[in-house]
Design a protein around this ligand. Structure first.
Ligand code: HEM
Length: 349
């Protein structure tokens, strides 16, 4: 029988607590995207910087954009999936932003393949749903580390950098195929915007589903030829959307797609099969173009983890990483006072 001194007995609870902390920290690090073997938000923000340096006072990616306001008209059908207050039939105010997927503030609209939309829907009880979506049907990388490696390779001076990246990441192929072959539309109003990341919805009865969502344009879609595109002015998308909304609102159907057990929920490079259940939950109505420089979007960070009751992140590693990166980008641009356009919005990041 082993003998224990009174001192050893006193220490035991501390040792046990220490072990629990170590195991918990290990598990947390294993699941957390910021564990040492993972890329950090600092590196992710820095890798976007163009050769001439970042656009000070502006978003570190999707720098060029145009703000809007309007309403989300919920039809009530979303309640079958989520108890989110903005899924109750009714109208909810929105603040959104059309943008180009580039860190360059001076990018020409015809040169950027990825177009995006940042969106905030506010419920009357103050709860918010923030999302940032793009027109691609799949994302370029399967996880934040791979996305970092892709950005590094795309900027590398080594001739084989991209070739090597593609060889090591065949999953990049789906995005590449879309980028090469998808038609270019002539308007932000004609784009489909996809969440790509998956989230967990919980209905009032406790039922849970993993979902992704998309905004499908109700405006007719006209594709531009390459020749047409080449002739468009540098800011044609902003001019077009401003003129269009001045004439009347633009609308999108918000569609939620429900995953089955077989679907990959933690990898946005993988589309789900076309036959998955979808529910149209309402209509997004863009009513007013707002000033970009000092308007209501300036102080907003479309952090995809800002979610109402009934919505939560899933096992998809992107939203947590994006939250940290968007926060860092926000903190940087807001602290660059000389370049951060002045204005009053009252909106909190
Ligand atoms: C690890 C992956 C990602 C990184 C590092 C990243 C990085 C960034 C950064 C730095 C910003 C600017 C944030 C701000 O200052 O407010 C931004 C904005 C944005 N991102 Fe991402 N992003 C990632 C993934 C995604 C994905 C998966 C999507 C689409 C599904 C997306 C869509 C957007 C859009 C639309 C905006 C502009 C939102 C706005 O208008 O403010 N991003 N991203």
């Amino acid at each position: 029988m082993a003998l224990q001194s009174p001192g050893q007995n006193k220490l035991r609870p501390l040792v046990v607590i220490g072990l629990i902390v170590l195991v918990a920290a290990g598990l947390f690090g294993y699941t957390g995207w910021w564990a040492p073997r993972h890329v950090t938000s600092k590196k992710l923000v820095e890798v976007f910087a163009p050769p001439g340096g970042p656009a000070l006072g502006h978003r570190r990616n999707h720098a060029k954009g145009i703000c809007f306001t309007g309403t989300f008209e919920a039809n009530g059908n979303g309640q079958a999936l989520s108890s989110a207050p903005m899924f109750q039939r009714g109208e909810y105010p929105i603040i959104g932003r059309f943008n180009l997927g580039s860190p360059e503030l001076s990018a020409t609209d015809a040169s950027v393949r990825v177009r995006g939309m940042g969106l905030q829907i506010a419920a009357s009880n103050g709860q918010l749903w923030r999302t940032a979506m793009i027109n691609a049907p799949v994302f370029a990388a399967a996880n934040p580390d791979a996305f970092y490696d892709l950005l590094v390779a795309s900027k590398s001076k080594e001739a084989d950098a991209m070739k090597n990246y593609i060889a090591a990441h065949p999953e990049f192929g789906a995005f590449l195929a879309w980028a090469k072959s998808a038609p270019w539309t002539g308007s932000y109003a004609e784009e489909t915007y996809n969440s790509l990341n998956s989230f967990e919805f919980t209905a009032s009865n406790g039922t849970k589903h993993i979902v992704r969502w998309s905004l499908l344009p109700q405006s007719p879609v006209t594709n531009l030829s390459t020749a047409d595109l080449a002739q468009r002015p540098a800011d044609f998308l902003e001019q077009e959307i401003t003129e269009r909304i001045n004439r009347g609102p633009a609308r999108w159907t918000m569609q939620v797609t429900v995953a089955t057990q077989e679907d990959p929920v933690n990898d946005p490079t993988k589309a789900w099969p076309k036959d998955r259940q979808t529910i149209d939950v309402g209509t997004l109505v863009v009513q007013q173009i707002e000033p970009e420089q000092n308007g209501p979007c300036r102080d907003l960070n479309y952090d995809p983890t800002v979610l109402p009751t009934g919505m939560a992140v899933s096992s998809d590693p992107f939203p947590a990483a994006r939250s940290a990166v968007y926060r860092r980008s926000y903190d940087l641009r807001a602290s660059e006072e000389k370049y951060y356009p002045e204005g009053k919005s009252g909106v909190q990041p």
